[in-house]
Design a protein around this ligand. Structure first.
Ligand code: HEC
Ligand code: HEC
Ligand code: HEC
Ligand code: HEC
Length: 453
């Protein structure tokens, strides 16, 4: 997006400034003041958190994904080819950061994300708390592949070597200054001072100043209680469960808009600037639902990524911890059914036996971000691990009742867990993947004739 001069508007502003100052312009005809608003539209999405696509584990997580964002933005740009797209919040990582053994997958994921963002066409982005937590060395390496400028206004060295303090975008007939407020981290400075100073520098060159905030809603509101000289702030970094509205609010002298995490929505921001008046805006969030088409080139990027995970993760999976002497191992459901045939009726209706098929349909059976909860005894002594799943795919009896080799030898009830406490369920049914989980209601669905009833 190129920055071009926009004479008429700055001309209008200058006239208004003279008029406000009471200056008498003598000897030349006063040009008429242009009261028509200058308008511009841009798109905003937030907190991709490195995911090419949200996991889809619960119905409310079945939205977003770079493939469908690409389709949506592409369709809009057939009518409005210059429509810019900005990203706020965590771009590369979520709060799990870079777990041991995942370095290879995450490096490859960032590469795929860069390819997808190039195809989508993103004009600017900022970083969020999880990105910053990975440290400047990792982030600098990772962002080298990204096809877009990154903005971070309140940073010192070494972040400032690869983050721009601000940038100016041409948005229809407007020049829009873009700033970004980053949350506290080593090398990050006070956002209030940095934003105010940068806004002062930018103001003469632009019509509107937009700040992308990765501070979350509450901290963003707190920050903007003071007048920072910014017109619009986008509050990213919300919780998964936050009730995100597309109502425009006031935060100090700025207008505040909210956005969803995991790129589940794309917002459309309509700006309208009349010389001498506050910026007026419209904001609408569009959910990116999974019934819309996928951008074919981005779908291909995702398919290559999934295929590459096999080699990357078979190498990274590691080995299981040794089984302590006398401790039970996982034997698999077929063994249990030899004596518990009556649970067959339960299995026939339960969803746990379909957990692996769910990953197969998605091409995700080598994805370390998925397999542990869609299989049995993953990473446990005597359990399963990529490359050695040995009949322990799907969520089987022993996921809930514990490893059962000793019990299966003689049917002794002292060596098996009958009651399955909530703490076992939530190793998988955590708030990030099972948003509706409630122990009592979910447990009651498992209790059928032949299984606990
Ligand atoms: C922390 C554990 C965990 C991880 C990691 C996980 N899942 Fe799940 N997944 C679950 C649970 C639990 C459910 C059932 C949620 C519910 O119904 O409340 C589920 C359900 C699903 C479903 C919905 C199945 C249906 O048709 O109803 C899909 C699809 C899915 N997961 C895909 C994935 C993919 C793809 C990944 C990796 C990107 C992944 N999961 C990672 C735990 C997990
Ligand atoms: C050799 C036969 C046999 C095998 C194999 C077997 N069980 Fe059992 N199991 C029994 C008997 C007998 C009981 C006690 C009577 C009952 O509750 O049905 C029992 C009880 C249980 C109980 C209830 C324990 C209690 O305190 O009431 C659970 C849970 C259980 N088995 C799970 C499993 C699982 C999981 C497997 C596979 C790893 C398995 N069983 C394999 C014979 C077996
Ligand atoms: C090892 C991981 C794991 C454990 C432990 C686990 N689940 Fe699940 N659960 C899943 C997955 C994965 C699915 C989704 C399977 C699919 O559809 O692909 C699921 C699905 C379900 C469903 C079906 C949801 C629906 O919308 O129909 C219920 C109910 C459920 N789990 C209850 C429980 C309860 C209660 C516990 C503890 C007693 C538990 N689960 C323990 C992984 C787990
Ligand atoms: C998703 C978790 C989960 C899975 C998977 C699961 N169970 Fe259970 N099971 C439970 C819960 C919960 C109870 C009820 C325990 C209680 O009494 O509080 C139970 C109860 C039982 C009981 C004792 C109740 C009775 O009817 O005598 C047996 C035996 C049992 N399960 C066997 C199995 C076997 C065999 C499998 C695999 C085919 C299996 N379970 C799979 C959660 C699970």
């Amino acid at each position: 997006m190129q920055v071009r001069r926009h004479q008429s508007l700055s001309g209008a502003r200058a006239v208004v400034a003279l008029w406000l100052a009471g200056a008498v312009v003598s000897g030349c005809r006063t040009p008429p003041v242009d009261h028509r608003p200058a308008r511009g539209t841009l798109l905003v999405f937030s907190d991709l958190r490195g995911a090419l696509k949200p996991c889809g584990c619960s119905p409310d997580l079945q939205r977003g994904g770079v493939d469908r964002i690409g389709d949506y933005v592409g369709v809009l740009r057939t009518g409005e080819p210059e429509l810019p797209l900005l990203h706020a919040g965590d771009l590369l990582l979520d709060d799990e950061g870079i777990p041991a053994g995942r370095e290879g997958q995450i490096t490859r994921r960032v590469e795929a994300l860069a390819e997808a963002l190039r195809i989508i066409g993103v004009q600017a982005a900022t970083l969020g708390p999880s990105d910053l937590a990975a440290g400047p060395a990792w982030v600098e390496r990772s962002v080298k592949t990204l096809p877009l400028p990154l903005v971070g206004t309140n940073v010192g060295a070494p972040w400032s070597t690869f983050l721009k303090r601000s940038l100016v975008l041409r948005v229809d007939s407007l020049r829009v200054g873009v700033l970004a407020a980053l949350p506290p981290a080593p090398g990050v400075t006070s956002p209030a001072e940095a934003l105010r100073a940068e806004a002062t520098v930018l103001r003469p060159q632009v019509d509107v100043i937009v700040a992308l905030s990765s501070l979350g809603l509450r901290e963003t509101k707190r920050l903007f209680r003071a007048d920072l000289g910014i017109d619009v702030v986008v509050a990213a970094g919300q919780d998964l469960k936050a009730v995100v509205t597309d109502e425009v609010e006031s935060a100090g002298t700025a207008r505040l808009i909210q956005s969803h995490i995991q790129g589940s929505h794309v917002g459309r921001l309509e700006l309208s600037v009349t010389a001498g008046a506050p910026v007026s805006l419209g904001w609408a969030l569009q959910a990116i639902l999974w019934d819309r088409p996928r951008h074919p080139d981005i779908a291909a990027v995702m398919k290559r990524y999934d295929a590459d995970l096999e080699a990357i993760n078979l190498k990274a999976a590691g080995t299981l911890p040794p089984l302590p002497a006398g401790a039970p191992s996982y034997v698999g459901q077929a063994k249990c059914l030899e004596c518990h045939e009556q649970t067959q009726a339960f299995i026939a209706k339960d969803r746990h036996p379909l957990a692996w098929e769910t990953l197969e349909k998605d091409g995700k059976t080598f994805d370390l971000e998925c397999v542990s909860c869609h299989s049995t005894g993953y990473g446990q002594a005597g359990g399963s691990i990529l490359g050695a799943m040995k009949g322990l795919v799907d969520v089987q009896c022993e996921s809930c009742h514990g490893p059962g080799s000793r019990h299966a030898d003689d049917g002794d009830t002292a060596t098996i867990r009958r009651v399955v406490p909530e703490s076992v369920c939530v190793t998988c049914h955590n708030p990030k993947h099972s948003t509706q989980f409630n122990y009592d209601t979910y447990r009651s669905r498992l209790l059928v004739p032949g299984h606990g009833r």
